[in-house]
Structure formats: C-alpha cells, structure tokens
Write a protein that binds this ligand. Sequence first.
Ligand code: C2E
Ligand code: CA
Ligand code: CA
Length: 772
Amino acid sequence: MAHINPMSEPGSTPSARRGSGEIPAEPDARHLIEQLPAIVYVADVGVDGNWRYVSPGVRALLGYSPEDWLADPDLWARQVHPDDRARVFAREDDLVEPTVPEEYRMRHRDGRTVWVRDEAALVTDAEGNAQWHGVISDVSDRKRAEAELERRAQQQAAVARLGKHALEGANVSDLMHDALDEATRILGVESGAVLEQASDEEVAIVRARLGPARQGLGAGASGQVDNGLRRDDESLRDSSFLHNSNFPRNSNSPRDSSSPHPAGRLSRRVQDAPSDGERTPRANTGGDSVTCQIEGRDGRWGTLWLASASRPRFEPSDVDFVQALANILADALQQRATEDDIRYQALHDPLTSLPNRVLFLDRLGHALSRPSAKVAVVLLDIDNFKLVNDSLGHSAGDELLMEIAPRLKTALRPEDTIARLGGDEFVVLLEHIEDERAAARVAKRIVAAFETPFRLSVGEYFTKVSLGIALAGAQNSHPAELISDADAAMYQAKEHGRARYEIFDGAMRARVVERLSVENDLRRALERDELQLIYQPIVSLRTKALASVEALARWRHPTRGLVGPSEFIPIAEESGLIEPIGRWVLDSACAQAAHWHAQHRDRPPLGISVNLSIQQFRQRDLEATVAAALARTGIEPSSLCLEITESVLLQEADAVRDTMTRLAQLGVRFVLDDFGTGYSSLAYLTQLPIDGLKIDRSFVEELGSSRRSTAITTAIVRMAQALSVEVIAEGVESQLQIDALRALDCELGQGFHFHRPLSAAGVSKLLDAEPS
Ligand code: C2E
Ligand code: CA
Ligand code: CA
C-alpha cells in the first residue's frame, strides 16, 4: 500500500520535490486524492475511533460531506450494513493483519446499499498511535455481476435437476411440485402454482400449488397460511382458484414481441418497488409475479405462475429461468400425452373408440376374479352385416358400426362394458346378473333396441342382431371359456333364425363337446381310411340311360356308424380339414372314374361330378389340385364336373371368376348345384363358364303340386335352354315328377326314383348291364 500522507502540503511529498525542471511536473497529490472516485481516509483504530481525514469522494459514494463524516465519529459504524457489522468490526478489535482488504455493505445517505471495498494499512505515528490509512471504493457493480453469475449458476443447476427428474420418468404431478420447490428456493418466492387451462377459457385448474393459500390470487384472502408444499392433487382443487378475476391466466404468448421479456411476462404490481439489493423485507408494500406458459401438445396447456410479496422485482433472467422450468413441464406433459395415446390405442378400437378384445378380456378377468361374481357375457353379431358393406359401401358399414354402441347403451346400465371384438362382433360384460332370467331380460331389451332403424347418410337402415349369452359358472370360469360359450349360443341364435338370443346351457355345452369330439375324430378319419365315396347315377329322363354319377362322401365312423356329409362337412369346413378331405374326394373320384373307363372302353367315358365347398374354392392351389388329380389318373378333363353352389359366386367375384376360367381352360366342366335357392342373377351365368344347372330338390319335390315350385322349375329349365346349358333335376322320387320334367323338355335327372347312391361296385354292375 502506498504510504500517502494526506496531511502533507502540496510540494512537500518526496515525489513532488523530485519533480522540478527536467521531467513534467508531478500531479498535486491533494488534488489527486480529492478527485478520486473513492474515499481516502485516515482514522484512529477502533470502532469508535476518530476520523482524521476523509476525502470528498465520500459525498459521491455515501451521500455525506467530509465535514459530516469527521464531525460524527459513529457515522461509519452506523452506516455499515447490520449483517456485515460483526465481521467488519472484528478487524478493529483483533489487529492481526497489518493491512486489511475487506468487502462489506454500507448504507448510502439515501437508503441505498453500496458494496464497498475497504483497503487500509496500519500506520503508527510518532507518538506510537496506530492509525488506518485507507481507501474505500464502490464495488457494487462487480458484486452485482458476481451475484448475477451465482444466481444463474443456481438456476441452471435447478433446471438441470428438474430435467433429470423428467428424464428419469418422474410423474408429472411430482415434477410440478419439484418445479415449484426449485423456484421457491432459487427465487425466494412465497407463492406459486401450476395451472391448467380448462377448455373453458374462464376456468383454470390448479394442478400444483405452494405457499400461503390464496396469497396473490386476489380477493378474499383470509389470512390462512399454508406453509410448505402440498402434495395431494385433490387438495389443490381449491375452488377459490377458479373463476378468479385476478387470476394470472391470459398472459402473452412467449413469442409475443410486445412482451418486455420474450420468454415470458413480467407483471409488475408495484412500479416504485424498493431498489435492488434491499434486503429487509418490507411487508405489504407490493411484490412481483411471473407467469410463464406451458405448451401442451395441442397449443397452450396452462401456466407456471410465481409470486412474491416480499421480493420486489424479477429480473429478465428470472423469467427465463421460470420459462425453462415451464418448458420441462411442457415436455413431460407432451411425453405423457403421447404415452397415454399409445396405451389408449393399444386397448381401444379405432373406429368406435370402444374397448377392444384385450381390454375386454382384462375387465372380464377382473370381474370373474371377484368372489361370488355373478357375471354374464353377451355376444352380439349384426345380422347380414356383409350385405350392408356389399350393397351400401364400406363407409355406410362403418357408420352402422359406430351407431351400435350408442344403441346398446340405451338397453344397458351405465356400468356395463361394451367392447368391439372385431368385424361386426360386439360383446357386453354384465356384472351382478342374478340368473338366466335377468340375462334374458337384458337380451330382450337389446333385441328391442334394434327395432328402430339406423339413420345412415345413405338413408334409414334396419338391421337386427343375434345374441349369445353365457353366464359364468363352475365350468366356464375363465374369460376365454365364457366368450366361447357365448359364441356357441350366438351360433345357435343364428341357426334358429336371426334377430333373437340364445342362452348357453347344458344341452349346448353337450353339443359343443360333441362337435369337438367329432372334429378330433375327423382329424384321424383320413389316416385311418374311414372316408369313402358312394355314387348316385344321373340319368337321361327320356331313356333312363346312365349319363354320369355324382360322388357323395360318407364317413364310416368306428363307433357312430355311417355318418352323412351334412354332419361332418360343415365341421370339416370350419376346422380347415376340408382341404385334405376335398383333395382326397377329388383324387378318389377321378381314380374311380379312370377305373370305370378302363373297364368299359367300348362306351363313352362315364362323367363324374364332385362337390366343392366354398372353402376349397378359396384355396389358391385348387387349380393345381385338380390338374394333379387329372394327371395322376389320366382321365379326360371333360369327364370331370365340379358342382358348386351359388354362394361360391357371391364370394370375391373376381377371384372366383379367375379360378373358374382357368379350370375351364383345362377342360373341366361346372354345374351350379341347388340352383334357385341362392341369389344368382342371370348376369353371373353369362359371365362364368357354367355348363349346367341343377334344379334344387325342394322345387322338384313340389313339382305339379305347388304352383310356385312349378313356375320356378319352368323358369330354370327355360333359362338353361336359352343359355344352352345342361339342366339336371335332383331329388326325383316319382313318376309324376318325371312326367312334369319331360313335359318341360328337361333332359337329365337324379333321385331315389332312379337310383339311390351306389357303391363303386354297384355302378360297375349298372355299366355292365347297359347296352353298349
Ligand atoms: P348335394 O350335392 O345336393 O347332394 C345331393 C344329396 O341329395 C345327397 O345327400 C343325396 O344322397 C341326396 N339325394 C339324392 N337323391 C335324393 C332323393 O331322391 N331324395 C332325397 N331326399 N335325397 C336325395 P348326401 O349324400 O347326404 O349329401 C348331402 C350334401 O353333402 C350334398 O348335397 C353335398 O352338398 C354335400 N356333399 C356330399 N359329398 C360331398 C363332398 O365330397 N364334398 C363336399 N364338399 N360336399 C359334399
Ligand atoms: Ca351336389
Ligand atoms: Ca343339390
């Protein structure tokens, strides 16, 4: 430290004396000291020591004249900030260091706080008195900058902590409380809240809150104080927060250029707030608040609001800090909204927004797990839904599906779960259902609910539903079992003529079990060679001569005896067994035909008809299967006739036409079986390679006795003749029928009147007996 003697006269300082002549005149030391923007002083040691000299800089720094200062020995001590006094005064008592740089706060005469740096050296005078020779300078700017840096570092750390919690998957409610926690600590605010903007602009929902209840939130403050943070969301739904005119909601958007701080909004309650650095809280003189937006996925979600009555003013950097916290909450909220969506989508049907199979099974599982649960499942299928899609278009079909749930709700209790299992299948979970009678009452209400038409954009549409009901019991205590029982009941409802309900019962269970056991046996039937073919002759109605035979399948069951195709073909179709069985039928029939051809080379090869089911027609390799059978047996393709029903034609029309066309190109013939019972239009017949029509047995049966059947038979025969295709009457049992058919010029027939289905040997005998 320079040992300046402020008391010495100008020119008497050693340096001044040196300065005569050659070098530029030295500055006048007193003048220099008086111009310094600092207080240069000489003072006695001790808190109450006299001030010997104080430079005029004291006026700019602390607002006092040197005269004031020197006249009042206690002034310095009084102006030292109370909080710093102990530390600063200690140097007076404890003179360990001969030089002391010290930084502390002093009060300016106008009340401001000034940070000073006091550097002094202990100098002993001639009499041995210790004195301070020192300089006090204003370091407020540096202190402010340091404090600002420190605050920013703390804010960054807080933002990083909150961000880390968010990344670690903390739940959003906890994050909101953490954000308020951090803000209180760093900014020293007393009140804060996370507010969700309800869709109604006037209302906000408090999601998290801290600080004295209602403070800063306007009228009606009761003085009730809520210290600490509340963690219970429910307790935060304080109605006093709602519909509050002072409520800090419509704040500017963060990008609003009219906002003084681009990152948020500062609302200044008190314009003449105490100046910066004021430590002592001045109660109820005002305060400040910050409101920052929290962006949701679809625009603004809400706000993070902080207020302090004691803290006079928030810095722009504080607003940035609050916005950073708000942004983390926004990210977490958006993330959670996305996760919620994914979870929702996994459990709901996108078209109807109803629970899907997964969610339904889960709820059913829960319902069944409750002790003494009385649970029923109602399975619902819209009758002829395919027709709606096919005739009115898929969007009409979708509309209808969306109308189902609201319609069902009118017949159910609010707590009943409705789910869509897929397609046109819906399912309802009924809990607390006493017995079958109660379930039946619900079913009746549902059936009745479908009696009024649906309003679709294409017009009004009537549709009916078939219901299957299953009540949980000892034998179906698992969700999947219950649904499968309801399914079996629904199947029955459909079979018994739609628009009705069936309740799963013991008889139905027996049938289901029976069906399962048939299916099991059928699986082994092929391996065990239990299937066989019999052949029904098709004859000329004029000459009764054998024209061809139709192969009909039989199953020689080890215990059930001879089983007819009506009993096992539907099961084969449902279980997929129709594929190998169909292939076997085709192969065996062709092999048998080849055998007859070989035996009777003298006559034209005997034609063989094979029945194909829809499932077989859906197979992609049908053409290959047929070609292989022909190749293996070597029969003429034209001796093979495939019988299909009209329902095949109602399937995917283009695919069916392609398959038929390719098979026809091989030389195979087609006959439409059970003709007259389906929906075939003439258009089908002209577009497809059809070689013949078989008049359904039901018409032939009533031929001559029913006008309607006679008319239909006549029309079919005339149509076949016009199209130049063969016509075969099936189920001919009487001479009367033969006469009527002959009168119509129908050429072919089959039926018990001519022959019952015969064994292969039986057909061989017929062939032998035929005149060649
Ligand atoms: P379908 O093709 O209409 O076969 C004619 C059915 O009528 C045969 O019954 C036959 O025995 C019976 N029938 C013949 N003449 C008369 C008669 O004068 N009066 C009466 N009341 N019935 C007569 P079946 O053999 O029980 O066959 C029933 C159905 O099973 C067949 O009807 C056919 O759709 C299907 N089917 C038979 N075999 C096969 C096969 O190998 N594969 C496929 N996919 N279906 C087959
Ligand atoms: Ca047939
Ligand atoms: Ca038939």
